[in-house]
Design a binder for this molecule. Structure first.
Ligand code: ADP
Length: 261
C-alpha cells in the first residue's frame, strides 16, 4: 500500500485531535457497499497517515460519492469498518464524525444567512464555546480573504468565495480528516489553486489529512498520494509517479485512461 511522504508538520496545541503519529487519520478496512446486486464499493482498504494529501481519482461511477457517503455517516456499509483518528464509525459514529470536516460537491450554505451566521451554526453543531467560535470565525475568514464579507449574505458572494466559506467551515472545529468531494467543480483556475493551497497549508501546519475526490488527473498529480478507484475497487495506491507505473507506464493521465477505459 502506498505511503505519504512524512510531513514535518507543526504540532501546535491547536490540533484538537487525539491522534498520535501511530494513529492514522483515516483507516478504511475492507469496505463494501452494495446497491442491490451491484457493489459500488468492493473491499476497499486505505490508510492515511497524518500530514497526507491524497487524491481519490476515479471516473464517473467509480464509487467516489458512495465512499464519501459512507465516510460521512450518510449510509452504513454492508461490510468493513472505518476509523477516523482512531474512532470507529461503526462503534462510535459521533466521535468519528467529530474528527471529520467536509466540503460536499453541491454547495451547502444557507444563501440567506450571513457568512458569520452560517459559520456560527456549524460551530454550535460541534458544541464549540461561543468565544472560541467567534475568534476562529474572525481569524479564519480574515486569513481566507473574507474579512470584509462576514456580515454579507452568502447569496452576494462569488462562487469562489462561497467555496472559501465552506472550507473555513470544514476547518472550523480543527478536524484531523478533511473530505473534499470534487470541490473545484465550477471554479475558475485561481479559485481552484487557492483552495488547494489552503488545504496544503493546513496539512503542513496541523498534520491533518485530506482525501480529495476528483475525476481530473491534473488535480491528482498535485497530491502526495493517488488512490485510483474503478468499479468499486482500488486499482492503485501510491505517489503519482508510482501509480502511473503500476497502471502500465506513461503519464498519469495516459495510465489512468488506459486502466479505466
Ligand atoms: P462516482 O461518485 O465515482 O461517480 P458513485 O458512488 O456515484 O460514483 O456510483 C458508484 C456506482 O453505484 C455506480 O454504478 C452508480 O450507478 C451506483 N449507485 C450510486 N448511487 C446509487 C443508488 N442510490 N442506487 C443504486 N445505484 C447507485
Amino acid at each position: 500500500m502506498g505511503r505519504c511522504r512524512r510531513s514535518s508538520y507543526n504540532r501546535s496545541p491547536m490540533t484538537a485531535s487525539v491522534a498520535t503519529p501511530a494513529t492514522p487519520r483515516l483507516l478504511i478496512d475492507q469496505l463494501t457497499k452494495r446497491y442491490g446486486a451491484r457493489a459500488a464499493l468492493d473491499g476497499v482498504s486505505v490508510r492515511l497517515e497524518p500530514g497526507c494529501f491524497a487524491a481519490l481519482l476515479g471516473p464517473n461511477g467509480a464509487g467516489k460519492s458512495t465512499l464519501f457517503q459512507v465516510l460521512t455517516g450518510l449510509f452504513a456499509a454492508d461490510a468493513g469498518d472505518v476509523q477516523v483518528d482512531g474512532h470507529s464509525l461503526r462503534r462510535n459514529a459521533v466521535a468519528a464524525l467529530r474528527h471529520i470536516g467536509v466540503v460536499f460537491q453541491a454547495m451547502s450554505l444557507d444563501l440567506d444567512l450571513s457568512v458569520a451566521r452560517n459559520l456560527r451554526f456549524h460551530a454550535d453543531l460541534h458544541g464549540m464555546p461561543r468565544a472560541l467560535a467567534a475568534q476562529r470565525i474572525s481569524d479564519d475568514c480574515a486569513s481566507a480573504g473574507l474579512g470584509a464579507d462576514l456580515q454579507r449574505p452568502v447569496r452576494e458572494l462569488s462562487g469562489g468565495n462561497r467555496r472559501k466559506v465552506e472550507l473555513v467551515r470544514a476547518l472550523l472545529h480543527r478536524p484531523g480528516l478533511l473530505l473534499m468531494d470534487e470541490p473545484t467543480v465550477g471554479l475558475d483556475p485561481k479559485s481552484r489553486r487557492d483552495l488547494r493551497q489552503r488545504l496544503h497549508d493546513d496539512v503542513r501546519q496541523r498534520g491533518s489529512s485530506v482525501l480529495w475526490a476528483t475525476h481530473l488527473v491534473e488535480e491528482a498529480e498535485a497530491a502526495d498520494r493517488v488512490l485510483v478507484l474503478h468499479k468499486g475497487k482500488l486499482l492503485a495506491d501510491g505517489t503519482p509517479a508510482s501509480v502511473a507505473a503500476t497502471l502500465g507506464g506513461g503519464t498519469l493521465e495516459e495510465a489512468f485512461i488506459r486502466a479505466t477505459a
